[in-house]
Design a protein around this ligand. Structure first.
Ligand SMILES: C[S@@+](CC[C@H](N)C(=O)[O-])C[C@H]1O[C@@H](n2cnc3c(N)ncnc32)[C@H](O)[C@@H]1O
Length: 237
């Protein structure tokens, strides 16, 4: 079950339902059985402080939050074999789809998909571990009443400030301007510089080099419907 908002129960795959009731979701068992590039929650947690061991070679670590079916994660890993890429995704089915995408593009040496809850990212990444951070179309499609559930929050900005190395870049793409506003405001209280903010990137261009990007699954849906997607670009001081 997708969770929105941080509750006080630490995140784990080893809760009784997940172990004893794999019939609850066929992708639950599948994601456990796949092996690399999938990292089940406990494997991902065990890599804190030694992420280099998860990949063919130790390289700067790029992290995508909520990669969904993995178009962006696998595509960027293919563009950047000199970097290691890990996605953090909570839904079992999307973990499996993302793993299939990684395998299809042959980027299993430098891409991994971890099943974890992004409200608990400090479990996975030690301070300074993250060389680049990407969030594409984060859930939820917030209503005002969802404010506490919005991952783009002071909690997220504080985590990012600690986990990102000095000079590391953070990119957000979203169809929802509230997500940009929320992250921009939260980042202002942390050691981040604003590198760019563009509303409607289809018409106004991305703040980062366009060739250094991959259109995500959700982004392509918005493009098809002629709805704008926006971008925010930050640098950890
Ligand atoms: C709207 S989809 C966007 C997927 C993809 N990034 C894209 O742009 O096509 C949001 C993704 O975030 C994932 N997600 C939502 N809450 C999460 C959480 N707490 N931890 C990790 N992933 C989460 C969802 O399962 C989903 O795959």
């Amino acid at each position: 079950m997708t969770q929105f908002g941080r509750n006080n129960v630490p995140f784990t795959d080893l809760d009784p339902d997940h172990v004893s009731r794999p019939d609850l979701n066929p992708y639950l068992r599948l994601h456990r059985e796949m092996g690399p590039p999938v990292l089940i929650a406990e494997e991902a947690k065990a890599l804190r402080g030694r992420w280099g061991e998860a990949f063919a070679k130790p390289q700067p670590l790029q992290v995508e939050i909520g990669p969904g079916n993995g178009f962006f994660l696998a595509g960027m890993a293919a563009k950047h074999p000199e970097q290691n890429w890990v996605g953090v995704e909570i839904r079992f089915k999307r973990v499996v789809l993302c793993a299939k995408k990684i395998n299809a593009l042959g980027v299993g040496g430098n891409a991994r998909i971890a099943r974890y809850d992004a409200w608990w990212l400090e479990d996975l990444f030690e301070p300074g571990a993250v060389a680049g951070l990407y969030v594409n179309h984060p859930d939820p499609w917030a209503k005002d009443s969802d404010e506490k559930k919005r991952l783009m929050s002071p909690h997220f900005a504080a985590w990012a400030a600690e986990a990102m190395a000095p000079g590391a870049l953070l990119r957000l793409k979203s169809d929802h301007l509230n997500n940009l506003d929320a992250l921009q405001a939260a980042a202002a209280a942390q050691p981040f510089d604003l590198l760019g903010r563009v509303e409607d990137i289809e018409h106004n261009g991305t703040p980062w080099p366009v060739e250094d990007d991959v259109i995500t699954n959700y982004q392509s849906k918005f493009i098809k419907r002629k709805l704008p997607v926006h971008a925010l670009w930050l640098r950890r001081r």
